[in-house]
Design a protein around this ligand. Structure first.
Ligand SMILES: NC(=O)c1ccc[n+]([C@@H]2O[C@H](COP(=O)([O-])OP(=O)(O)OC[C@H]3O[C@@H](n4cnc5c(N)ncnc54)[C@H](O)[C@@H]3O)[C@@H](O)[C@H]2O)c1
Length: 425
């Protein structure tokens, strides 16, 4: 029934029309396939692009993450927590200059003055000091660090001056004796001139070395000393002696308030590792597993004060009314051998103790008389030797670790030479 009209239609449509219809159908089919292909390629492209974007994003993330970490660290350092600082009223807060404040003693003094709530300006030329010693204060509103050589004049407004700028250990002060002399003479004149101009009180960090090779034991402040003015140590010993003379000249002639601390051997964290002194030598030798070198029998005695005791003494002296020189040191004597054994035990070192030939000019005793400090300042050392040594050992151990990777590890220098012989300092 259906085939009749269909046959009629087929026969009615010419061959050409048929071809046209087939062509159209083919075109429609190709177009639909093409459309699908285009759709597919768009989808494919999109997913490739999305993939690529994902990969780029994760790569960017990889690069950015360490940067973010650094920014977080930087932010932390901006909001750095300083050691706790007391609040002082305007009336009690002093503007204090510490020359040599980036050195061993000066940096501990700076810590105390800052924590007591004062405004502290550290002036240092970084000859033997380092920024690391005071970096924990950088950025604090009460603290300022100035890179300046005291041999040049300085103009600032201060109420007190702790004048510590000077190399202190024999290898350091003998390195450039003329500079040591200039620092102790011209530098002290400059600081006294500043004290005079602004009406500040000046404390001079003098030394037990003003007693030279003493004929009096223990040394009292009224002993005038026994110094060789042309020996290798004279640049320091005589430099400090003339610095004391200058202080009293300014006091008498210009009315400048002066305080003079005669400091005896001091030890503690931030002391120089390679200054050739007995404590640093023994600690470094023990930590590095080298023999602890003792010259002679080791029965010579030495007395060392821990740095926090000295700092308390300096502050007590500055704020006292004692203008004459005062000894600050620990009178507790120990033999060199006792020091060696104690340090070896505290380090837990297997190092042996090596006895080297005796140095006949090695002083048998060195000990301060601190009656004056006790009486007039109510000051005396309180830190037990072992406690102080443990802190110094901890510091030296950390320093060795810090330097181990890529830096120079200081070797203990032989004890200083005097008249051609080695001796303990
Ligand atoms: N450490 C001791 O056992 C001892 C003993 C007696 C006296 N002292 C005296 O105490 C003071 C401090 O001694 P330390 O052991 O801290 O020594 P240190 O070498 O660690 O400190 C001295 C500081 O003074 C700075 N300095 C040196 N010359 C300078 C200059 N021309 N201008 C500016 N800054 C300069 C150094 O860079 C360093 O920071 C010194 O005056 C020293 O004579 C120390």
């Amino acid at each position: 029934m259906l085939s009749q009209p269909l046959l009629r239609l087929v026969s009615a449509v010419s061959r050409r029309r048929m071809k046209l219809l087939l062509g159209i159908a083919l075109l429609a089919y190709v177009a639909s396939v093409w459309g699908n292909l285009i759709n597919m390629s768009v989808l494919l492209n999109r997913s490739i692009q999305e993939n690529r974007e994902l990969r780029i994003e994760s790569r960017i993330e990889e690069i950015i993450e360490p940067l973010r970490e650094k920014i977080r660290d930087l932010e932390k350092s901006f909001t750095q927590k300083y050691p706790p600082v007391k609040f002082l009223s305007e009336k009690d807060r002093k503007r204090i200059l510490v020359t040599g404040g980036a050195g061993f003693v000066g940096s501990h003094l700076t810590d105390k003055l800052m924590m007591d709530g004062h405004e502290v300006t550290v002036v240092d030329n970084f000859f033997t000091g380092r920024k690391r010693n005071v970096e924990h204060w950088i950025g604090h509103e009460n603290f300022e660090l100035i890179n300046h050589d005291v041999v040049e004049p300085l103009y600032i407004e201060v109420d007190q001056i702790y004048h510590l700028a000077s190399p202190a250990s024999p290898p350091n002060y003998m390195y450039n004796p003329i500079k040591t002399l200039k620092t102790n003479t011209i530098g002290t004149l400059n600081m006294l001139g500043l004290a005079k101009r602004v009406g500040a009180r000046l404390l001079l960090a003098s030394t037990s070395e003003v007693y030279g090779d003493p004929e009096v034991h223990p040394q009292t402040e009224d002993y005038w000393g026994h110094v060789n003015p042309i020996g290798p140590r004279a640049c320091y010993d005589e430099g400090k002696r003339v610095a004391e003379t200058m202080c009293y000249a300014y006091m008498k002639q210009e009315g400048v308030e002066v305080r003079v601390a005669r400091i005896f051997n001091t030890f503690g964290p931030r002391m120089h590792m390679n200054d050739g002194r007995v404590v640093s030598n023994f600690i470094l030798q023990a930590l590095q597993g080298e023999p602890l070198t003792v010259y002679g029998s080791g029965s010579q005695t030495r007395a060392f004060q821990y740095v926090s005791d000295l700092v308390n003494g300096l502050v007590a002296l500055m704020n006292s009314n004692v203008s004459s020189p005062v000894n600050l040191g620990n009178p507790e004597e120990h033999t060199i051998l006792e020091f060696a054994q104690l340090i070896k035990n505290l380090v837990g070192s297997g190092s042996e103790i090596q006895f080297l030939s005796e140095a006949q000019d090695d002083p048998q005793k060195r000990k301060p008389d601190i009656k004056k400090a006790k009486l007039m300042l109510g000051w005396e050392p309180v830190v037990p030797l072992e406690e102080g040594l443990n802190k110094a050992i901890h510091y030296f151990r950390k320093e060795l670790e810090y330097q181990a990777n890529n830096q120079y590890i200081p070797k203990p220098k032989p004890a200083r030479i005097k008249k051609g012989r080695t001796r303990h300092n």
